[in-house]
Ligand binder design. Structure first.
Ligand code: ZN
Ligand code: ZN
Length: 90
């Protein structure tokens, strides 16, 4: 039985999304790998051996989640720096 990508019904499924389990084509998997490579550059501590594949929809959700976490951390860091400057200025 041949499965087809749920985003591109004309394309044969390459893998399944690790999150929702829906079949995705090579192009969809590729777009995940591409963004994963970019994010791996910013977080080298992340296990690069992970063979997780997400469909574009789950990837979008993950990106939003990552954005919230990253911006929260940034606010913390900026707040810490600002507090350090304020303390040293007095
Ligand atoms: Zn998915
Ligand atoms: Zn696809």
């Amino acid at each position: 039985m041949t499965k087809y990508c749920y985003i591109h019904p004309e394309k044969e499924a390459f893998k399944e999304c690790n999150k929702c389990g829906r079949p995705i084509c090579y192009d969809c998997a590729k777009s995940y790998w591409y963004s994963n490579t970019i994010s791996a550059m910013f977080s080298p501590q992340k296990d690069s051996k992970q063979k997780i594949i997400l469909c574009p929809r789950c990837l979008k959700r993950e990106k939003i989640k990552n954005f919230i976490v990253t911006s929260f951390l940034l606010i913390l860091i900026i707040g810490f720096i600002a507090a350090t400057i304020a303390i040293s200025a007095t």
